[in-house]
Design a protein around this ligand. Structure first.
Ligand code: ATP
Length: 393
């Protein structure tokens, strides 16, 4: 049965249908493993009262083979209709005219939050001395900023037109090498900032987290990143004054470069992070590397207003290890944990997290992690999935 949105909140049926895209490369291996783990956890937690019906939708190479299209319109429509879905890694087709599938889904459903929780699991090797201090959730703005793709290549008539406009109509004098410059535009809006920061505040309050940090480069880019900071604070003061007054909500801000340094030196200072698109890209990868890398970093793209959410493996298709039973399914499995939490199925989510904690603490992991663990035991993807299932039951 479908999830619906009623009176502003999601209505989750006990037998819920979740559309999924299997994914390319290692997606073919990790998706069934992930589904199996999730099914076992849901079954164990709710004893048959709740269950997931997985509905395969085509995307990526499989879609191209069967339909001649990497992202059939039907797939987008299914994600639109069912509200919540999950996808394995997808290839970005090479060649002119192909859009990135991830970007296409994000834009079509206006999934304005890229949500990335980052925590350390005991047993997993980390470059930090005290990785247990890392526990952050990144809210990365997903639709604006320099990522909007508004750019003109040096030497084209368009770039010359932009240059003329900047000089003649806007009085710009600071372009150092006029003839050899490409140009890009960085739109950052009040609405875009507010919906992102609002989502981060709601998350902070709901989960009773110690602070929300606005990360920006407002010292240099005053009207874009500087406004992000100002609009963020103003929103909090306008809509959450009670929570600010009684200390449930603590908001701070920090310049992006200092933030990256501080995350290594004092990770305990940060809990929920709200940031712009490009900063969010760098930050997500650095934080993921601090706790074990891309094989275990989960993520989701969400529109909290419409309820649309797509949970995903954050790594690529890893063609070098595809088909070898080597891929780490943890990123996709932890994304499913986020999905279960989003559905409010916390008990099932906790069972999976608990199983993963035990597996890693005992040195059981796929090769990418096990090779760096003390006494690590490298398991195949399937065997790792089976280990989790044993630990759940
Ligand atoms: P794509 O072109 O789809 O982005 P890629 O190989 O360029 O693929 P990633 O898939 O992100 O980029 O992989 C980077 C490296 O990390 C590769 O060496 C890959 O084998 C490894 N890797 C990525 N995901 C996993 C995983 N889930 N388990 C184990 N290793 C992984």
């Amino acid at each position: 049965m479908k999830i619906t949105k009623e009176n502003g909140s999601l209505r989750i049926p006990d037998k819920v249908t979740i559309p999924f895209i299997e994914g390319d490369g290692i997606g073919v291996e990790i998706t069934p493993i992930c589904q199996n783990v999730v099914d076992q956890a849901v079954n164990k937690a709710y004893k048959g009262k709740r269950s997931i019906e997985w509905k395969e939708t085509l995307g990526g190479e499989k879609a191209f083979k069967e339909r001649g299209d990497y992202l059939p319109e039907e797939t987008v429509e299914i994600f639109r209709e069912y509200l919540v879905g999950i996808k394995g890694p997808l290839t970005t087709p090479v060649g002119e005219g192909f859009r990135s599938l991830n970007v296409a889904l994000r834009q079509t459903l206006d999934l304005y939050v890229c949500l990335r929780p980052v925590r350390w699991f005991p047993g997993v090797a980390s470059p930090l001395k005290e990785p247990q201090k890392v526990n952050m959730t990144i809210f990365r703005e997903n639709t604006e900023d320099i990522y909007a793709g508004i750019e003109w290549q040096q030497g084209t008539p368009e770039a010359r037109k932009v240059l003329r406009f900047l000089k003649e109509e806007m009085g710009v004098t600071q372009i150092r090498f006029e003839e050899t410059s490409s140009f890009g535009v960085k739109p950052v809006s009040k609405e875009g900032t507010e919906r992102l920061v609002r989502a981060a505040i709601e998350y902070t309050l709901k989960n009773r987290l110690p602070s929300l940090t606005l990360v920006h480069k407002g010292n240099i880019m005053k009207f874009t990143e500087g406004s992000f900071k100002r609009w963020g604070y103003e929103l909090a003061e306008r809509e959450y004054s009670d929570a600010l007054a009684d200390g449930r909500l603590v908001i701070q801000d920090v310049i992006a470069d200092a933030f990256l340094q501080n995350t290594l030196l004092f990770p305990e200072r940060y809990s929920v992070i709200a940031t712009l698109n490009l900063n969010g890209d760098y930050i997500s990868d650095q934080l993921a590397a601090m706790v074990g890398g891309i094989g275990i970093a989960p993520g989701a793209n969400i529109n909290y207003q419409s309820g649309h959410a797509i949970f995903e493996a954050t790594h690529g298709t890893a063609p070098d290890i595809a088909g070898k039973n080597k891929a780490n399914p943890s990123s996709l499995i932890l994304s499913s944990v986020m999905m279960l939490e989003y559905l409010g199925w916390k008990e099932a989510a906790n069972l999976i997290t608990g199983a993963m904690e035990k597996a890693f603490a005992n040195g059981k992991a796929t090769h990418d992690l096990a090779r760096f663990m003390h006494g690590g035991q490298s398991l195949g993807s399937k065997q790792f999935g089976e280990t989790l299932i044993q630990l759940i039951n």
